[in-house]
Ligand binder design. Structure first.
Ligand SMILES: Cc1ncc(COP(=O)(O)O)c(C=O)c1O
Ligand SMILES: N[C@@H](CCOP(=O)(O)O)C(=O)O
Length: 504
């Protein structure tokens, strides 16, 4: 397999543009990095053992680089449109507007100007993204901002709030695939190896950067950013807001998130409200609060988040050297992420980086399965449910805001929705741990769905399959303690590891 971090030995920040139509793509002069020595605008300095003057930081260096190359924009742009709107829809909003819903009350989507992006062939984008991967150049060292032109093309690098998120591990799950599934090409995309321990960092860097732009640059009177959360969105929001000196407020369902998750926003100095309701109740409340007060909404109802999350899909293709896997399995709750994956894959197809998209599987806990029920009913008559308690507590959601986005993603990829009972997800998680993982229960849901699809022969032994691990197991240790202590009512805990003390 190709290494994700492999940079061509003759690394050049100006990728070679292969074009069959040189007139359309004439001298794109893309993203040139200016070396300090040749840049007359650089400050004079006493020492310059690195590529930039000693007193300059990487943000300032990037600003100088952009200042010296004002044509780097290439006219890339994006705006909000109603979700599913035709290309010529007149309803559209600047990303600098504060708007979460279309005129008819439906979802919004961020739409990029594909005619501008298509001026460059897929080979150009592939080599541009590859040249930036895993480096430390501001802001492209981030896995999200390495795809800046496809994310928020117009934001100034100076407004970006990044903790160099993304570039997460995609590893070959050799033993789990072999021992439990008879598979030889099973992979885990570990989005939980991340700054706050979940994939939410990918979307939050984008949303908080845009808020930073609105506050600093455009002087909008936004007093803070708020979200409802089952524990991961709140952690990511708090971290990015703390990094940017922006106040954050988080609404959490009392007693339904792990201690590790709860302590994250507290440590980051966010205002934490623990409410006597479930996630869906917290979501209703934050929507009311953000409609009334100058507090910006950070949940994935806000389509900006998905622009960051979609980069995990692009990264998977990049890590496979732009080969497309057959299946990608994503645990679903509020259902923004399954659409984000679809969008990332589909953009790569439409812009010529790859020639097809993988089939998507959305995996839900049986105790919180509104999408699964809808799928089983042949997509007729969606009914929100009251989700029951599940060890996969971050997806205990009965009324997902992105239901329409998820249906679109599944239908467009000939996808599947599967569910996992508590016993199935906990056993799958424990089995995975025995093969060297330390999976979270949500990843257990995805693995349990995979086991079922293999048992039914839907996924073949040689199908290249990616399971998306959405959070780090260390955030959910109590579920593992309960399992291995065999303290769970009505669960046989058949993959238990004995816990005991030995006296010497
Ligand atoms: C760890 C984890 N996995 C999966 C999900 C599901 O993602 P989505 O809500 O985008 O469906 C969430 C949050 O909802 C989560 O926190
Ligand atoms: N699991 C999420 C639930 C909220 O989802 P969001 O993507 O709409 O923010 C969480 O961690 O809060």
């Amino acid at each position: 397999m190709a290494s994700f971090l492999s940079i061509s030995p003759s690394y050049s920040p100006t990728p070679r543009v292969l074009s069959t139509n040189p007139t359309r793509i004439s001298s794109p002069k893309p993203f040139t990095r200016i070396s300090c020595s040749s840049d007359s605008s650089a400050k004079t300095t006493t020492s310059s053992k690195n590529r930039r003057p000693a007193e300059e930081n990487i943000r300032e260096e990037a600003a100088r680089r952009d200042h010296a190359n004002p044509d780097n924009g290439h006219g890339f742009s994006a705006c909000y449109v109603p979700f599913g709107a035709p290309d010529d829809s007149e309803e559209r909003y600047s990303l600098d507007e504060i708007v979460y819903r279309s005129r008819s009350g439906g979802l919004l989507d961020v739409r990029h100007d594909f005619s501008a992006l298509k001026k460059f062939p897929g080979s150009y984008w592939r080599s541009l993204f590859d040249s930036r991967a895993g480096r430390t150049t501001w802001p492209y060292g981030s896995g999200v901002w390495s795809k800046k032109e496809w994310v928020l093309p117009e934001i100034d690098g100076d407004d970006i709030v990044s903790l160099f998120e993304g570039n997460s591990n995609l590893f070959w799950a050799e033993r789990f695939g072999k021992d439990h599934l008879g598979m030889n090409d099973l992979w885990v995309k570990h989005c939980g190896i991340s700054h706050t321990g979940s994939f939410k960092d990918l979307g939050m860097t984008v949303l908080v950067s845009q808020v930073n732009r609105l506050r600093r640059h455009l002087k909008r009177p936004i007093v803070g950013v708020g979200c409802a959360s089952t524990g991961d969105t709140s952690a990511a929001l708090s971290a990015y807001c703390a990094a940017a000196r922006i106040p954050a407020i988080v609404f959490l369902p009392a007693d339904r998130i792990s201690v590790a998750q709860l302590v994250q926003p507290i440590a980051n100095g966010a205002t934490v409200l623990s409410l006597d309701t479930d996630f869906d109740g917290c979501m209703r409340l934050i929507r009311e609060v953000t409609a009334e007060l100058p507090i910006y909404l950070a949940n994935s109802l806000n389509s900006l988040r998905l622009e960051g999350q979609k980069t995990a899909a692009i990264e998977i293709l990049q890590q496979f050297d732009w080969e497309v896997p057959d299946w990608v399995i994503v645990p679903g709750g509020n259902l923004g992420n399954i659409y984000a994956f679809y969008k990332g894959f589909e953009m790569c197809r439409e812009l010529g980086l790859v020639d097809r998209v993988p089939r998507l599987v959305c995996a839900q806990a049986a105790n919180a399965n509104p999408l699964y029920l809808y799928y089983k009913a042949g997509w007729t008559d969606f009914k929100p449910i009251t989700a029951s308690q599940t060890f996969a507590s971050a997806i205990q959601i009965g009324d997902p805001v992105s239901i329409d986005r998820a249906v679109f993603a599944i239908r467009s990829t000939d996808g599947i929705v599967e569910e996992a009972t508590e016993e199935e997800l906990m056993d799958a998680m424990a089995q995975a741990d025995r093969t060297g993982m330390f999976a979270c229960p949500h990843t257990g849901v995805a693995l349990a769905a995979l086991i079922k699809l293999r048992d039914r022969g839907v996924i073949g032994p040689h199908d290249r399959t990616v399971v998306v691990s959405t959070a780090h197991g260390l955030k959910f240790t109590q579920s593992k303690v309960d399992y291995h202590s065999q303290e769970i009512t009505d669960m046989s805990c058949r993959v238990v590891s004995l816990i005991g003390t030995v006296e010497f």
